[in-house]
Ligand binder design. Structure first.
Ligand SMILES: Cc1cc2nc3c(=O)[nH]c(=O)nc-3n(C[C@H](O)[C@H](O)[C@H](O)COP(=O)(O)O)c2cc1C
Length: 383
């Protein structure tokens, strides 16, 4: 006999759940979406597959995982961008998508070192897509055995790395010597700066909050995030990418159908939008320090180099028990964001010929759950 009851939910108003029997679904968790994090390193005979199994765990914008991988011969591979997985409203020039590819390449190279392989990277071998990417390869990779190569110690941290979208402990400032260690992520092309100064941190928190609200109140940029919301475990297992909403509240909401939830959240003035803005205001307030990456130029090479540095930065932070969380809204190149884009450059003391490529919160966090991933096999293209 079905028992009717009403559960009042914070998002989207009231949802009537029919039947006590639905309670089990509210406790659901995704079954397959996290499996790529559980692979055993070194089990693939082909070292390229081992490297790519690590690389697909790279941080990347909105977790779109735009990479397509074609194996060539016995020692090469070509990376191209799945052009449908870009974010044209918030990333009109594919700058952030290319940074994500840089992260992917760095993790592949780090993992390859554990197999005694050096990974040679030819970036955009057939030329760069400007102002947007096109079907031409992002990189051609060659795996070269190098006897005596020392494995990169960061390889052991790839599966522990997260984007820490959580409040940080304000009672635990980031030690100055940790910031020095993180500076090791910089390269010839990319500079790393950071601040723990209270006045500067306060200004960057306010900037991050204002930029988050600007994006959320702009219908087309909010809509781009809403399109990739994955609501509850079924939706997440079916599409292990985008912005995954987990936990009992979203499992309950998913009973309405993920499409209906997405439609309900599309209004920039909806209570769900207000709730998100408030949640992120609190998150940004719980930030003891910020780091940022700047390049003297904004070529595709600078963007790839930024991704390589950012991946190392994230791993070095992980090694020191620190959480790192990109806050990119103010860095995005669309007209509604222009005034805050200028403010970000001012606060980060970016010079006229430089580009602010990444800005991230840094601090101590409690443990952070992994984000879903498509399995490697879904990203390999044949022939
Ligand atoms: C270029 C770039 C920009 C990003 N910007 C943001 C951001 O503004 N806000 C955010 O919460 N995460 C941001 N991220 C982190 C991604 O959302 C995250 O990497 C992705 O969801 C996968 O999660 P994971 O890093 O924990 O594996 C960014 C990542 C990259 C590479």
């Amino acid at each position: 006999m079905v028992h009717r009851r009403t559960i009042i939910l914070g998002i989207g108003g009231a949802l009537t759940l029919v039947g006590a029997g639905t309670a089990w679904r509210v406790m659901n968790t995704p079954r397959t979406a996290y499996a790529p994090w559980q692979m055993t390193p070194g089990t693939d005979l082909d070292p390229r597959l081992d490297a790519f199994r690590h690389a697909i765990l790279a941080p990347n914008p909105h977790n779109m995982q735009p990479w397509l991988i074609r194996l060539i011969g016995t020692d090469q591979a070509e990376l191209t961008c799945d052009l449908t997985r870009r974010l044209p409203q918030t990333d009109p020039f594919d700058r952030q998508i290319v940074i994500g590819f840089g992260c992917f390449i760095e993790l592949a190279a780090i993992a390859a070192s554990r197999r005694g392989m050096r990974m040679e990277v030819e970036a955009f071998p057939d030329g760069t897509g400007e102002p947007r990417l096109d079907a031409r390869p992002v990189a051609r990779l060659r795996f070269v055995a190098q006897p005596g190569l020392v494995a990169d110690p960061l390889a052991a941290l790839i599966r522990d790395r997260r984007s820490a979208k959580v409040p940080f402990d304000l009672a635990r400032p980031v030690p100055a010597e940790s910031l020095v260690t993180l500076g090791g992520a910089a390269s010839d092309l990319i500079r790393l700066d950071s601040t723990r100064n209270e006045t500067e941190v306060r200004a960057l928190r306010a900037l991050a909050t204002a930029a988050f609200e600007r994006e959320a109140r702009t219908p087309r940029t909010l809509g781009e995030s809403i399109d990739v919301l994955r609501v509850g475990s079924r939706d997440i297992d079916a599409n292990p990418d985008g912005i995954a909403l987990t936990g009992p509240l979203f499992e309950a909401l998913s009973l309405l159908g993920a499409d209906r939830v997405r439609e309900g959240a599309r209004d920039p003035q909806a209570s769900s939008t207000n709730n998100q803005i408030e949640k992120y205001r609190q998150l940004f307030a719980a930030t003891p320090s910020f780091v940022w990456l700047t390049g003297r130029g904004n070529s595709r090479s600078h963007q790839l180099a930024t991704g390589r540095s950012y991946a190392r930065l994230n791993l070095l932070a992980t090694q020191r028990g620190l959480g790192l969380h990109p806050v990119s809204q103010a860095l995005q190149e669309y007209p509604e964001m222009a005034s805050l884009f200028a403010e970000a450059r001012r606060l980060c003391r970016v010079e006229a010929d430089e580009t602010l490529q990444m800005l991230a919160r840094l601090g101590y966090a409690t443990s952070v759950a992994p984000a879903p991933r498509w399995p490697l096999e879904a990203k390999l293209i044949r022939a």
